[in-house]
Design a protein around this ligand. Structure first.
Ligand SMILES: [Fe+2]
Length: 240
């Protein structure tokens, strides 16, 4: 079985369609999302629908819960807050009910899916240190897990100690635990504007991470036209 693991989409339909096209070519049969379907981008409603149509397994991200008032946005920065309020106004009641129904952690095959961490998924903290990764590994009951949130793709490994790398191929070996941050489809922040496309082949236990070019200009233009802060359009062009 080949799984397409969808990183933070953030209402960026152009990036999502480009990644789905590539996943189709690679023979992906089942889709999984680590959350943040919405927020920042100009097509929140359309992205929710697209992911629903795929029959994807989806975990909730902080921007998803912010859009349905399930998360306090007082601590969001100005742009994130502005986009959360705009996103709220764009979603239908059906969209909101769907988002409210999302769980923080899901299980599938031999992997776990979460937006932020497995030790406090409801707090949406970032895994920034080896110790943070260690804490999450302590709660990981499967050989592999996928997460998002930071918008930076990175792979963590737990053998005796925790290590990490940024390789684009990861072979999962049952003698260790693996945690993969799948980066972002709709708003990468690793200085590379291309969308991240992650495919997990469960038969070979192999994860492949690729970058996909998409029409960044079009997505950026829509953000400006929607009246969202221009910085949200600009940052797409630089992957920041
Ligand atoms: Fe995000």
């Amino acid at each position: 079985m080949k799984y397409g693991i969808l990183g933070d989409i953030h209402g960026n339909l152009e990036a999502l369609e480009a990644v789905l096209e590539e996943m189709g070519k690679q023979g992906v049969e089942k889709y999984v999302s680590v959350g943040d379907l919405v927020g920042y981008g100009a097509n929140p409603h359309e992205c929710i629908h697209r992911v629903q149509d795929l029959g994807a397994i989806v975990t909730a991200g902080n921007h998803d819960f912010a859009a349905v008032d399930k998360l306090n946005i007082d601590f969001f920065n100005t742009y994130a807050r502005e986009s959360a309020l705009w996103t709220r106004s764009m979603l239908t009641e059906e969209d909101k009910n769907y988002i409210r129904s999302l769980k923080l952690v899901e299980y599938c095959d031999n992997f776990t899916v979460v937006h932020s961490t497995l030790y406090s998924p409801e707090l949406f903290e970032y895994i920034q240190t080896s110790y943070d990764a260690h804490l999450s590994f302590e709660q990981q009951t499967t050989p592999l897990s996928f997460l998002g949130h930071s918008h930076v793709p990175v792979n963590f490994f737990k053998r005796r100690n925790v290590s990490f790398n940024m390789e684009t191929e990861v072979k999962v070996d049952e003698s260790m635990k693996v945690m993969i941050n799948v980066g972002a489809i709709g708003q990468p922040r690793d200085e590379n504007p291309d969308a991240v496309c992650v495919v997990y082949d469960a038969n070979d236990m192999l994860v492949r991470i690729a970058r996909i070019k998409y029409d960044v200009e079009k997505a950026a233009k829509k953000i400006v036209q929607a009246g969202l802060p221009e910085i949200l359009a600009e940052r797409l062009k630089y992957g920041r």
